[in-house]
Structure formats: C-alpha cells, structure tokens
Design a protein around this ligand. Structure first.
Ligand code: PGA
Length: 255
C-alpha cells in the first residue's frame, strides 16, 4: 500500500452467493467493525438482486455497494442484461468488469471489457477492472505479455482525466477459489507491471494515483503479507468475504 498517493480499497466479491436477506444479515455483521474505517475504502460486490437491500443496509456505514457485471449498451434488446444507468440509479458506486469467471464462462473478451469500462465511466460508476494470467500462461513465461495486452486493450480510448475513477485488480486465474495464493512477491511484481503499463501511457503522476488490488485466495492469514507490498493497494476477496470474521480481519490489516 502507498497511502500517500492512492486509496487502499478492500472489496468483497460475493459472486453468486447470498439472497437479499442473507446479504443484509452479512452486512449487519460486518458494518459495526468495518463501517467506520479511515484508511481504506470498503466495498461489497453483490448479486444484482441484492443491490437494493445492500444499499439500505449500508446507508449508515462507510461501505460502498458494487455490482459484479453490467452490459456496455445503454439500453435495448439484450434480454437478461443490466445497464450502467440502472445500477447508478440504485446507488451503486463500483462495478467489477472482466472478472476471469465472466471471461471464462460468459465469453467476455478484452474488447467487451473496454466497452464496459467506457460505459461505466460514462454513467458515473467506478470500474474495478480484473486482469490475470492462467497457469498455462504463467508456466509458458508469458504473464507479462498477457497482462500488458489486457491492460492496454482495457484502456483503449480512455482519456487521462477518466483514469482516476478506474481501479485495477490483479487476479491470477490459478489463484482464484483454489486456495493457492500468489506470493507477496508475485503479486507485487504484477501489480507493479500494471502500474508500469499505465505509466507508459498516462505518465508517472497518473500511474502512482491508481489503486491496484490483488485478488485470488486472499484471506485472514495471508492478507498482511500481501498488503505490506507497496504496489498492492488492497484486495478483491471472494470466499473470505462471505465470512464476517475473515473479512473484518482483512479490513483491519488494510487499516
Ligand atoms: P477468491 O476469489 O478470494 O475466492 O479466490 C477472488 C475473486 O474471484 O475475486
């Protein structure tokens, strides 16, 4: 973390878990502890149908609500999809874009990620843009090329003044939900690489102001080591965000 230049953000990604009532109960459990923190922003990324209950439950706490996906068109014949304006109207602040599960199971590409980032920004949402390599890519020694390409395409036609709204999450695909965490060094190296790609395009001042999270089996035990790295500005946390005890330990570590 480097608090001088950028915010630390801890975001829980609930994925397809928790009904609205269960989600409300989880927020009630954590908000006494994580809802007053000074040094980091806390976000809960909830299923679409949980959003209204989550917004109500977080009203008196410093916890922002995020969606896990959205469509890049403003409206139209896209049965089953949700637009950025719909999310904005509910009070959503952030939206995860390009999570590896979306890329893997729902055919999202670097190109649709770019379109979604632009649509989110236009609607006034802050995108949390996920990038990461597979195990095959890491073993083939092409992590750097792959991440560079993902970041460059994600940021195509994004103006410098829009950059301060964007958050990145480095999520190695081999670490998500597997219990295998990247080492602090591996996480810091790739978060640093993402920052370098941003620096090359937008300059040092912009690059140092961008929050770059790590995600992939971050938990109560390993979070302190990961967050101690200067280039790791928080976490996108799946499994451990569903347990209030673990999530609060992670927010504490970020404090
Ligand atoms: P995990 O998920 O913490 O369960 O590995 C992280 C994510 O997919 O955002």
């Amino acid at each position: 973390m480097n608090r001088k230049y950028r915010k630390t953000i801890i975001a829980g990604n609930w994925k397809m878990n928790k009904t609205p009532a269960e989600g409300k109960a989880l927020i009630e459990e954590v908000k006494g502890i994580v809802g007053k923190q000074k040094w980091c922003d806390v976000v809960v990324c909830v299923p679409f149908v949980d959003i209204p209950a989550a917004i109500r439950a977080t009203r008196d706490a410093k916890i922002a609500v995020a969606a896990q996906n959205m469509h890049y068109e403003k409206s139209g014949a896209f049965t089953g999809e949700i637009s950025a304006d719909m999310l904005k109207e509910l009070g959503v602040k952030y939206v995860i874009i390009g999570h590896s599960e979306r890329r893997q199971y729902f055919n999202e590409t670097d190109n649709t990620v770019n379109l979604k980032i632009k649509a989110a920004l236009e609607a006034g949402l802050r995108p949390i843009v996920c990038v990461g390599e597979t195990l095959e890519q890491r073993e083939a020694g092409i992590t750097e090329e792959h991440i560079t390409m993902q970041v460059k395409i994600a940021l195509r036609d994004i103006a410098p003044e829009q950059m301060r709204k964007i958050v990145f999450a480095y999520e190695p695909v081999w670490a998500i939900g597997t219990g295998k965490t990247a080492t602090s060094e591996q996480a810091a190296e790739v978060c640093g690489l993402i920052r370098a790609v941003i620096r090359a395009k937008y300059g040092a001042r912009c690059a140092r102001s961008i929050t770059i999270q790590y995600g992939g089996s971050m938990n109560a035990k390993n979070c302190a080591g990961l967050l101690s790295k200067v280039n790791v500005d928080g976490g996108l946390i799946g499994g451990a965000s569903l347990k209030s005890d673990d999530f609060t330990v992670i927010v504490d570590a970020a404090q």
